[in-house]
Design a protein around this ligand. Structure first.
Ligand SMILES: Cc1cc2nc3c(=O)[nH]c(=O)nc-3n(C[C@H](O)[C@H](O)[C@H](O)COP(=O)(O)OP(=O)(O)OC[C@H]3O[C@@H](n4cnc5c(N)ncnc54)[C@H](O)[C@@H]3O)c2cc1C
Length: 377
């Protein structure tokens, strides 16, 4: 009986654990190690930030969800991995593995934009979303600055937050006193999702009187000011900036496994190039693909299938193919869907693309949230 250890209980870790239990039956042990006994559906954090969800509505306790499936859970912070001894070093001690799946996610590189976490708001964590909700209820006047700084993560939550703030301030009747502006390093809003969603987003921002500054780099945040690379200092009564990503601190301490930014090296079978018993999935994997929950989910399935094949001595045949799916809230019960998928190589350089904005796109996001939380529970 082999021991499969999964690091991380986010979208990638939890979905991989559930898939592995199904694929392996009780022939092998499955363990999950994570620093918190809770799964957070992060795509709903902007709803928490603007009072549309309570934090407990988007979280699931991990231990009981895993235990009832016969998966063991260790609540501990991972410090590093020793691939020679096949050990994971955690704050609670060392743990041996036969097969390892690293799904520790990524973290924002706050050093890249000094002051962004101290003087600005943080939307990627539950406590940060809670604080935004407290702050926006007090916001009466001034400028709210939303910033997309780097490439790597998906900028969609920043646009989502700007639009949800517009919505909330209109309901409170104070929107005319608050100027909202988005500063982005992209050449156009939501550029990463493709030209059609980008045009839709630009039109939506114009319609709501939200100013957008493309091709602008934020270099720092100070109390009540956002500093741009061209020397401009924007006054700000509310700041939310999303800096670029880097790998988890534990992977930065495991330099044999990760690249210089702490992302775990792997091929499209999600397998490490030098350690065939180590796999990676989710935001923490060094792949040329957007860091989205949709990709984390697809990668969890691919990694689980290849781990099952590895344990039965077969070839790893499942392959991850990037496929961009973005479903974001525009507020006012409206949503936007942007989707593209490269066609199979036999069809040449063709892409399947879909873009839509309207009420059904909002309901799709709600259904996806319900399904994702139900599946983990
Ligand atoms: C505000 C916001 C909105 C988003 N909206 C969308 C969306 O609409 N659609 C979409 O597709 N994507 C969206 N994303 C992106 C999506 O949430 C991520 O791509 C996805 O969560 C990545 O999953 P993951 O499992 O790789 O990492 P995570 O979800 O970050 O999970 C990492 C896990 O590892 C654990 N961990 C980390 N470090 C350690 C350590 N040292 N020791 C032990 N445990 C550790 C964490 O506790 C967690 O359990 C959004 C992200 C944010 C922040």
């Amino acid at each position: 009986m082999a021991r499969v250890v999964i690091l991380g209980a986010g979208i990638a870790g939890m979905n991989a654990a559930i898939a592995l239990r199904r694929l392996l039956g009780d022939r092998h042990e499955v363990w999950v190690v994570a620093q918190m006994n809770r799964f957070v559906w992060r795509p709903s954090l902007p709803w928490v930030a603007f009072g549309l969800r309570r934090p407990e509505q988007i979280m699931v306790p991990v231990r009981p969800a895993l235990q009832r499936r016969g998966i063991r859970f260790v609540e501990a912070r991972v410090l590093r991995v020793d691939p020679h001894r096949r050990h994971v070093i955690t704050e609670a001690g060392a743990m041996a593995y036969d097969v390892l799946l690293i799904a520790l996610g990524a973290q924002h590189d706050w050093d890249a934009v000094p002051g962004a976490d101290r003087f600005g708001h943080v939307i990627c964590r539950v406590d940060g979303a809670r604080r935004i909700w407290e702050a926006v209820q007090r916001l009466e006047r001034g400028t709210a600055v939303f910033g997309v700084t780097g490439i790597g993560g998906c900028p969609a939550p920043v646009y989502e937050a700007a639009l949800l703030l517009d919505n909330f301030l209109r309901r409170r009747g104070v929107r005319p006193r608050v100027d909202i502006c988005v500063v982005t390093a992209e050449p156009a809003p939501l550029h990463v999702v493709g030209p059609a969603p980008s045009r839709l987003m630009a039109a939506e921002l114009r319609k709501r009187n939200i100013r957008c500054h493309p091709n602008a780099a934020i270099v720092g945040v100070e109390p009540h000011r956002v500093l741009l690379a061209d020397g401009t200092a924007l006054p700000s009564a509310f700041t939310l900036v999303m800096p670029p990503y880097r790998g988890s601190a534990a992977m930065q301490e495991s330099s044999e496994l990760a690249d210089a930014r702490g992302f775990v090296r792997c091929d499209t079978a999600l397998r490490h190039p030098h350690y065939p018993e180590i796999f990676a999935a989710g935001d923490g994997a060094a792949l040329d693909a957007a860091k989205t929950g949709h990709h984390a989910w697809l990668q969890a399935k691919v990694a689980a299938r290849n781990i099952a094949a590895f344990l039965s001595g077969k070839e790893a045949t499942a392959t991850f193919r990037p496929q961009f799916a973005c479903n974001l809230s525009l507020g006012m019960a409206k949503g936007l869907i942007g989707f593209w998928q490269p066609a199979p190589p036999a069809l040449g350089n063709v892409q399947v693309q879909l873009t839509y904005a309207g009420r059904p796109a909002h309901w799709m996001k709600v259904l996806l949230e319900r399904y994702a939380l139900w599946k983990i529970r």
